[in-house]
Design a protein around this ligand. Structure first.
Ligand code: PLP
Length: 418
């Protein structure tokens, strides 16, 4: 598709109809998998020109004209990145071989020894470990703010910190895994503006795995970068591990430079899978969210259920409700609920599911249930688990695209075994 046509169409159309030039590859309608490590130059002069062009390449067409070596760039990577950037309203995107590769490479791009990261809590376990243990060994410091903290209190936290003037990144995860705690991105966008007068210029990055790229657009709330575990909704079929970062081109270019050095770019097959999946991400997420609201309603009135945690149930008096309304367009398809009882009752429920699968991970076409207390959050201290509401009776659910009546009847029969 040429540049002018591209301007005429919306992201939902471009994500299925663009990202690949059939004329370049035997009129193949879909992008084939370019399972090659390197690309041939017709002449030495062309090789020289490709290296020059690679540094400047902006558009899809330009990138595919400067192919050199698959760690730098390859057509499947370009196609995936083009599509995600469309959906996120970003000028560029970068794909990685995992969510953790995307997150770690992005943080390392902007934070060096002696720098400070301000972060929300809880964070996904892998991210928490990377910042607090791995990165800390390289002299990068971190400070967490309380969920209830005001902007002034957060400013004070930075001012008082010995490395406050070296604040290089504000890292948020909203909704947080697994508690669904929400953070107001716009407060941090404002904070970032205010810090400019003190010559402090952090990059504002948001882990948008739970709702993006469909139900939440952090860039339009003032964030600089979106981060993803593309293993979840973007991949959406529990068949690939992948990650992504999208945002302003000048920032993504820096992230890509480090990615090239580290060598953690998405492979041709991984890129091909997510390119395919991005065509249906909106359809899938809408159906998943619809199923989730039906299942949450059902669970709310079940006699074996103590409490349901679902963003669609936030009461208007809850301070999180305003964030929810301003920041996201759906409650999404993640929920958790407490059974009446403890581990034994939760396990009884999980062991009796027939349709729903017992597994960690989320965002896939099939519904998954797990027990955070003994599984994904078992590395957290008892105090942190309790603080975040991760109890022995808590079951986490990622809702899929199955028939909602089947889901409800499976949950009902498994709960009734308790
Ligand atoms: C799964 C997940 C990650 C890590 O992604 P991987 O693809 O497993 O490396 C990061 N953040 C969140 C919120 C996640 O759910």
């Amino acid at each position: 598709m040429n540049k002018n046509n591209r301007k005429k169409f919306s992201p939902e159309s471009l994500v299925v109809a663009d990202g690949h030039d059939p004329m370049g590859v035997l009129n193949s309608l879909k992008n084939p998998i370019f399972q090659t490590s390197t690309f041939m130059f017709n002449t030495a002069e062309e090789g020289k020109a490709f290296f020059d062009a690679y540094k400047e390449a902006g558009t899809l067409e330009e990138r595919n004209k400067s192919l050199i070596y698959s760690r730098l760039n390859h057509p499947n990577l370009t196609a995936a990145e083009f599509r995600l950037a469309q959906l996120d309203g970003a000028s560029d995107a970068a794909f990685f071989e995992s969510g953790m590769a995307a997150i770690s490479t992005t943080i390392m791009t902007f934070c060096k020894s002696g720098d400070l990261i301000l972060m929300s809590s809880p964070l996904y376990g892998g991210t928490d470990t990377f910042i607090k243990r791995t990165l800390n060994q390289y002299g990068v410091e971190w400070v967490e703010f309380e969920q209830s903290a005001s902007k002034e209190e957060i400013k004070e936290l930075i001012r008082k910190h010995p490395k406050g003037s070296n604040l290089k990144m504000i890292y948020l995860e909203t909704p947080a895994n697994p508690t669904l705690a929400l953070t107001d991105i716009s407060i941090f966008a404002n904070l970032k503006e205010e810090l400019k007068s003190n010559d402090i210029h952090p990059v504002l990055a948001v882990d948008n795995t739970y709702l993006g790229p469909v139900f939440q657009k952090p860039l339009s709330c003032g964030a600089d970068l979106n981060l993803y575990s593309a293993t979840k909704y973007i991949g959406g079929h529990s068949d690939v591990i992948a990650g992504a970062c999208s945002g302003k081109e000048e920032l993504i270019q820096q992230v890509k430079n480090l990615r090239t050095t580290l060598g953690c770019m998405a492979s041709p097959f991984t890129s091909w899978l997510v390119t395919r999946s991005l065509e249906t991400v909106t359809l899938r997420m809408e159906k998943q969210a619809d199923n989730a609201s039906k299942l949450a309603e059902f669970l709310k009135s079940h006699s074996k259920v103590q409490k349901v945690f679902y963003l669609g149930f936030l009461s208007e008096s809850d301070p999180q409700h305003q964030i929810y309304k301003n920041q996201q367009t759906s409650a999404g398809a993640m929920m958790a609920f407490e059974v009446i009882g403890g581990e034994e009752e939760a396990f009884c429920f999980l062991n009796n599911l027939e349709l729903v699968k017992l597994a960690v991970s989320l965002g896939s076409t099939e519904t998954l249930a797990s027990h955070p207390y003994t599984m994904s959050s078992s590395n957290m201290t008892e105090a942190d688990r309790i603080k975040n509401g991760i109890t022995e009776s808590l079951v986490r659910v990622s809702v899929g695209i199955e028939n909602p009546h089947d889901l409800i009847s499976d949950f009902d029969q498994a709960l009734n075994q308790i």
